[in-house]
Each structure stands twice: as C-alpha cells, then as structure tokens.
Design a protein. Structure first.
Length: 351
C-alpha cells in the first residue's frame, strides 16, 4: 500500500505541474493566434487544390486567391478588415485581426456561391451542383481534419518543451520526488489530501485551453488572459505549499549560488556536495525525463491518478475523491443533416 500511495502522490504532483504547463500553453495560444493562421492556410490549400478548378478560378492569380480567402474568413462586424494583400496581412497584429478561427461547412459553401467567379457552378444542373457542393464540403472536412492533427502535434511538441523548461526552472527530479514519497508517508498523505484542489484545477485549466484553441485573443479575451496568469500563480503556490524537494535550494552544488545567510539552513546533501560533472549530468538527465513526463499533459496524469486511486480503493484504501471526477461529457447536439443543408444552398444559388 505504501508503494501505491507513493505512486498516487507522484501522479498528483505531476498533474499539478502539468496544469501549469497547460496554462502556459493556453496563454501562448491566445497571444500567438495559431488557429487563425491555420485557418488561412486551410482555405489557401483548399483553394489551390480543389476550389479554384471546381468553380473556374485561375489558381495562379495570388491576388484573386487572397480575395477568396478574405471573402470566406473575414468577419463582417469586426469593425476592421483583413489586409488587402497576403504580404501585408503577415505583419498585421493577430490580436485584433478580424479572421474567423473556425467556420462551418455551411458558412464555407455560402461564401463560395457568393463569389463573383462561379460560372461553372451556375451552369450545372441541380443534381450536378449538389454533387459538387457535397464534394467541396467533404474536401473541407478532410483539410480541416489534417490541420487539426497538425495543430495537435505542434501543441504536444511545445507542451513537452515547456514541461522540460518548467522541470529545469523548478528543479523537479522525478526519481528523488518518488523516493521522498516512499520514505515519508506523512508527506504522501498530505499530497493525497490535496486531491480535490489539484484535480479541480486540472479540469478548469483544460477547459480554458480548449476555449483558447477555439477563440483567439481579442478585445474581450484580455480578461481571460489575466485569469490564466492568476491561475498559474495559484497553481505554483499550491505546489510550493506541498513542501517538496524541488526549487532553488535543492539544485546540485547550489551553495555557490546561495547567499551566506541562507547557507546555514540548507540541509540538502546534493546542494552541499562539491561540483562533480557526472553527478550533475545524472541530475540533468533525471530532470529532463521528468520534464517530458510533465509535458505529457494534465489530462494524462489526471487519468493515471484516477486509475491508481481506483486500484488503491480496491485494495482497501480510503474512498477516493476522484470518483466525482469520473463523469464524461455528453455527446452534444448532432449537426444538421448535410444533404438538406447542401440542397438549401444549391436552391439559393440557382434561384
């Protein structure tokens, strides 16, 4: 049971640290505006590979392609407009850039049939037109899925990098942390007692990250950005309150970087040890590996902690507060029947 408790406390600690990574990712996504840039890339690829040949537009005309991109992605009520050329748009600030970060298939088709150069579509029979619109919709879904997969891969990469950076800055040695939990049951119990606050923050941070992926930073998002910063500070304070062997006073050979007044209260042998290259390299490897584990994300460690708590309870441990976190989201409302939507758009084009 001691080993299982230590494993659960370890998973909860990494979940708390991974929540910090999640919040940092949220802040980065809100500021950089990745979703909007991806959406522009999606429409450009759709235009070049499929849309232009379908509706009879010359793909070599970059100005006309950007005009189509603006027609599809520009927000009419934003108060500002996209740049008149793609080159100028690259230097426009993403925070106030009036670009939809997500669009529906119906929105895409309506904008397509509103374009000036749609002679080929107008000449088609109703059956041919429906088939063509359906093909455009299917191709958009394929491109959107590819862009979403690419976004997730990049997000995971930066999550791992952020996890490593956080582990180095906070000096989180996973091996030492686990050994601390094994050797100190009271500290382990203290962390397990914090299960509710830790997992509540995991859920909140993941919800904010999901929202940030859908809505980029704008005038109304600044308050959310401030909340994210405060949430990160609170989470770091929670981790600091657990009194774990992490932080500046636990770096290898840290006496050389410590003020004389603090040296007397430092009892950590690793900090007091003389400089040794092999020992320092071993420490760095362990911290980097811990950072990779943190970078796996808060949902991963949430799930690990949940399963460990269930096993712990099965072996006679105390009831887990994780039980109330085990619910799943509903499937949500089903999309409108696509065939009916395409038929409606086709009728509007022809009539």
């Amino acid at each position: 049971m001691a080993l299982l408790d230590a494993a659960l406390a370890f998973a909860l600690t990494l979940a708390a640290l991974a929540t910090v990574v999640t919040i940092i990712m949220e802040i980065g996504i809100r500021v950089v505006g990745l979703r909007k840039k991806d959406q522009v890339t999606l429409i450009k690829r759709l235009y070049d590979d499929y849309l232009a040949p379908t509706i009879g537009i010359t793909t070599a005309d970059a100005d006309k392609r950007w005009k189509v991109v603006r027609k599809i992605l520009e927000i009419p009520l934003a108060g500002t407009t996209m740049a008149p050329s793609e080159e100028e748009q690259k230097f426009a600030g993403t925070r106030c850039s009036p670009i939809y970060d997500t669009i529906s298939v119906e929105h895409l088709l309506r904008r397509v049939v509103e374009l000036e150069d749609v002679e080929k579509l107008r000449e088609m029979t109703e059956k041919e037109l429906k088939a063509q619109l359906s093909a455009i919709a299917q191709k958009y879904d394929e491109y959107a899925s590819a862009i979403a997969t690419s976004f997730k891969c990049r997000a995971q990469f930066w999550s791992l990098i952020t996890g490593i950076a956080l582990a180095i800055v906070l000096n989180v040695d996973g091996v030492r942390l686990f050994e601390t939990y094994l050797d100190n049951p009271e500290r382990t119990a203290q962390v397990i007692a914090q299960m509710d606050p830790i997992l509540d923050e995991v859920e909140k941070a993941q919800a904010r990250l999901t929202a940030a992926e859908k809505v980029q930073l704008g005038e109304g998002e600044l308050e959310d950005l401030d909340k994210a910063v405060k949430a990160m500070e609170a989470q770091l304070a929670l981790v600091g309150g657990l009194e774990l062997p992490i932080g500046r006073l636990f770096y290898p050979h840290c006496l050389i970087l410590t003020e004389q007044a603090e040296q007397q209260r430092i009892a950590d042998p690793l900090c007091k040890s003389p400089y040794a290259p092999l020992e320092s390299m071993t420490w760095l490897i362990k911290v980097v590996v811990t950072g990779l584990l943190i970078g796996l994300g808060a949902p991963f460690w949430y799930d690990v902690a949940k399963r460990l708590a269930e096993v712990r309870q099965a072996f006679g441990g105390k009831g887990s507060a994780l039980q109330r976190h085990s619910g799943s989201d509903g499937a949500g409302k089903k999309d409108e029947d696509r065939d009916a939507m395409i038929a409606r758009v086709a009728r509007e084009l022809r009539g």
